[in-house]
Design a protein. Structure first.
Ligand code: PMP
Length: 289
């Protein structure tokens, strides 16, 4: 495996960053997770845009233009001779001293890993995921904006630990007001009486690229998606529920906090979203080769 690191390719065992890198010392940096299918990168421009927006929000200057970043990403996939997989693109604040002052980090570091990823067991895609509500709340807009896809994921890691300890496949995160934000690494959707709902970004959801693709698919299916503030009640009483994310793709949810959602099986409209999503990923994207 070859890793892109600051303009060069290294073998996996040689791709190393400093222990003084503020990405490691302070979680100071941003990242993206991007999938490619059959030689095409899905929604590449949207991911690159979000990366640069995240960097701008934390005053991090990426030492490459978006076009150079795009080419480096494509080259990382090519050099590893992959057709299907997942890319992790990371920009850290770079090497500084032991204080947190980012001005003492002269240059951001960029690394890109192209590999495979499986987030949930195959069985859960067929039978649905069990979700529990986590006590850990989603980070509020008044702290680190939850829209920034930053390297500071401890908030979500803690929620994931809670879900694991409860024996669930995923954890639902609420915001400070008690409204549904999202799951630890995925956006959430419900369906009730043929109408699709997802929490607004303002509730603390990441502006997911897969979430956005659901709006495109909904238009194809002739259904509309609304974005009201949602509570757990809306999920308990929904007919169907599913999660979306680059790594997760589209996965049905059949239980929240021991309440069975709908029939307890992946719902018919959810299955249509999944099918259309596979069609979309197979038939769109930036050519790699
Ligand atoms: N929410 C969080 C917290 C995430 O980390 C992610 C990405 N894994 C998502 C939602 C889904 O976003 P996307 O569809 O862009 O991958």
């Amino acid at each position: 495996m070859k890793i892109f690191l600051d303009g060069q390719f290294y073998d996996k065992q040689d791709a190393k960053i400093s222990v003084f890198d503020h990405g490691l010392l302070y979680g100071d940096g941003v990242f993206e997770g991007i999938r490619f299918y059959n030689g095409r990168v899905f929604r590449l421009e949207e991911h690159i845009d979000r990366l640069y927006d995240s960097a701008k929000a934390i005053c991090l200057t990426i030492p490459m233009t978006p076009a150079e970043m795009t080419e480096a990403l494509l080259e990382t996939i090519r050099i590893n001779e992959l057709k299907d997989g997942y890319v992790r693109l990371v920009v850290t604040r770079g090497v500084g001293d032991l204080g947190l002052n980012p001005l003492l980090c002269p240059k951001a570091s960029v690394f890109i890993i192209a590999a495979k990823i499986t987030l949930y067991p195959e069985e859960m895609y067929k039978n649905g995921l069990t979700v529990v509500t986590c006590a850990t709340r989603r980070i509020p807009h008044g702290a680190l904006s939850p829209m920034v896809k930053s390297l500071n994921y401890l908030n979500n890691v803690l929620a994931k630990i809670e879900a694991q300890q409860a024996g669930a496949g995923e954890g639902l995160m609420l915001n400070e007001q008690g409204y549904v934000a999202e799951c630890t690494g995925d956006n959430i959707f419900t369906i009730k009486n043929g109408q699709v709902y997802t929490p607004p970004i303002s509730a603390g959801a990441l502006a997911g690229v897969t979430r956005e693709a659901m709006f495109h698919i909904a238009a194809q299916l002739g259904v509309t998606i609304s974005e009201p503030n949602m509570t757990r009640y809306d999920i308990y009483t929904a007919d169907e529920c599913f999660l979306t994310g680059t790594a997760a793709e589209v996965i049905p949810v059949t239980k929240l906090d021991t309440r069975v959602i709908g029939t307890g099986k992946p719902g018919p409209l959810t299955l249509q979203f999944i099918e259309k999503f596979h069609e979309l990923t197979a038939n769109s994207g930036t050519a790699i080769y």
